[in-house]
Ligand binder design. Structure first.
Ligand code: FES
Length: 168
């Protein structure tokens, strides 16, 4: 059995207490006034742990978006992508071990990260470098983009893309 902690962190924040009330109902935790006895101290201790977890979960959730990617075999999967790590779509594909080479390292010089955008998300305008590279690439369509030029942002949540065929 778990022993009661000797010291319990206290929170004076009303909003935190309100959030804990939701946790209490969700997990059926009996309420004890902080500082009343050792059981109350343990309850306060658990309350703060739950609050930390809930705040951390919300922080993590808010920086993760979902992107649907169809590979060259036609398999479609939804992948998570962080918006707070300065990653681009090519790097997300590589991180999920999709067959995207990213040969030039994201310099818009190889088109090995060529994708077709399947949704009508508003994406950043193409730079001159991206346009120039796509002018020389194979299998280019109206919805072609270079994955390495698409920085992951919260607005891209729900984006769907398809990997273009390999040109070599
Ligand atoms: S990785 Fe080379 S153009 Fe995108």
């Amino acid at each position: 059995m778990r022993s009661a902690p000797t010291t319990a962190p206290h929170s004076s924040s009303i909003s935190k207490l309100c959030k804990f009330a939701v946790f209490q109902q969700t997990f059926d935790i009996p309420f004890c006034a902080p500082g009343h006895n050792s059981q109350a101290k343990e309850a306060a201790f658990l309350r703060d742990i739950f609050l930390d977890i809930s705040l951390n979960i919300r922080t993590v959730d808010s920086s993760i978006i979902s992107i649907t990617i169809t590979d060259r075999e036609g398999a479609t999967n939804v992948y998570e992508a962080p918006t707070d790590m300065n990653m681009n779509l090519m790097e997300v594909c590589k991180a999920h071990e999709l067959p995207v080479k990213g040969t030039c390292g994201g310099m818009a010089l190889c088109a090995s990260c060529h994708v077709y955008v399947l949704t009508d998300h508003e994406l950043p305008e193409m730079s001159g470098d991206e346009e120039a590279q796509l002018d020389q690439a194979f299998f280019v369509k109206n919805n072609s983009r270079l994955g390495c030029q698409l920085r992951i942002t919260p607005e891209m949540d729900g984006l769907a893309v398809q990997l273009a065929p390999e040109s070599e």
